[in-house]
Design a protein around this ligand. Structure first.
Ligand SMILES: [Zn+2]
Length: 67
């Protein structure tokens, strides 16, 4: 078995350097996807927000990150 488990709870594997597999990524709200795809000074903070919500069991479709 290769690949890193996806954090989205789908039991799939994610791409290297990606936090979620493509299926879970596309389940995120468009606004959250846009924010997470941007890489700037706050990119790490946004990723941490995503992580915290996934750990808390919040559904992918309800994830919100700072724009
Ligand atoms: Zn997934």
């Amino acid at each position: 078995m290769t690949g890193t488990p996806c954090k989205g709870g789908c039991r799939g594997t994610r791409q290297p350097h990606r936090y979620l597999c493509l299926t879970c990524w596309h389940a995120l709200p468009a606004a959250a996807r846009r924010a997470l795809a941007r890489s700037d000074a706050h990119a790490v903070a946004r990723l941490r927000e995503l992580h915290r919500q996934l750990e808390a069991g919040i559904p992918l479709t309800e994830i919100e990150v700072t724009p």
